[in-house]
Unconditional design. Sequence first.
Length: 490
Amino acid sequence: MKTQHELLIGGKWQTAVSGKRFQTRNPATGEVIAEVAEGDATDIDRAVAAARKALDGPWGRTDPSERGKYLRRMADLIRKNAEELALLDTRDCGKPITDTRTVDVPVAAEFFDYFAGLPDKICGSTVPVGDGFLNYTLREPVGVVGQITAWNFPILNAAIKLAPALACGNTLVLKPAEDTPLSALELGRLSQEAGLPDGVVNIVPGYGPTAGEALVRHPGVDKIAFTGSTEIGKHIMRVAADTVKHVTLELGGKSPNIVFPDADLDAAVAGALFGIFLNQGQVCCAGSRLFLHETIYDKFMEKLLAKAKSLRVGNPMDEKTQLGALVSAKQLKRVGDYVESGKAEGAKLEIGGARPKDSKLDKGCFFTPTVFTRVKRDMRIAREEIFGPVSCVMTFKDEDEAVSLANDTTYGLAAAVWTRDISRAHIMARRLKAGVLWINVTTHFSWATPYGGYKESGFGREMGLEAIGIYTQAKDVWVNLSREPNPWCN
């Protein structure tokens, strides 16, 4: 059944001023599942004005402990509506229902729970500056925040943006990815049900070159928080410079997954599969470059390929499915093009590299788990982010070569190391240039820990206490305690 959705601006559901709408499709079936109002610069302007009004009005005067109560209610409402939210993301994004039910939606609720406990603990400090003065700092909201999210984890990406921004007292305009806007719009509805004042949360779906560009350029927006590709992140930095906005960017990755000969091979194989094939490989920190010590290569690959061949690609609504559909026909073509590039440059395609042969999946954007060997570090598949279920396998001789290969990338989002040697584990953690480092595990997160990248994977840390720093700004206050006039005037 096709549904209709509007923009949330100033507490009211409204059509776009232009009257335009766009369709969102179920990538597993190709069917149109919703028509959504298409916001553009005019709608962004209205949303920013509503956010500013709320910031200068009731929300700006809300006691911090009350902000926490709103967030707690949001968490409760997400849990109350968990099945509906899981179904929305599975139908909108193509990811397996098991993932949305057991991970995405519950963790989104936990984000709101975690940040619900922070508003009355965001403190400044007093600074000893010598006799005659009192100096203290305040941590204040940045202001009106523009947020642009990616399509790969729709409700999680929205929760990661909304929860800390609200905890710190900001108001916001969220532009969800046009491929997957439905759960973000539902979060907007839940924010109303939670009692958040009108204009605190505004949701404006639309396209990047129109709605997204207008949000970044808007002089009334104090900060942009973006999750998406490095290419678009660079553009946002350039545009935001015109109004000197605060910017945080969570961008692409080409994460190394390094297996030493002393590792638990069965655990490392399972971790390598999870690290690249979770969410059909559409994960910024996916372990897309697998580095194996040359002495374990044959044994490891035998285990890996056997397991990879048994992974279940299928209907995302089937609870047994492990890999659902890619998000769109555009993404399907992108992944296929990279596979052809890998073959053309001389990499060996061990398995996959094509659509599944099951005729029941013909209408969907499905792609089989793919593994390349004989990959060289200068190949496109080894250097560029594919964002699909494609693993690129390389070998190394020793620790120094592993570090050299792993760090030979413009990205630096995450890295994983598999070893039983505790010294090696900690040494590698220091030597690898990445914002997140996993040892004997991969693709593991907590709402309480910081997440973000090095190099062209972006800057700023979402999640955890670090998020307070990106959604507040410090104000320095000086108080003259002296009763004497400034002697300079004498």
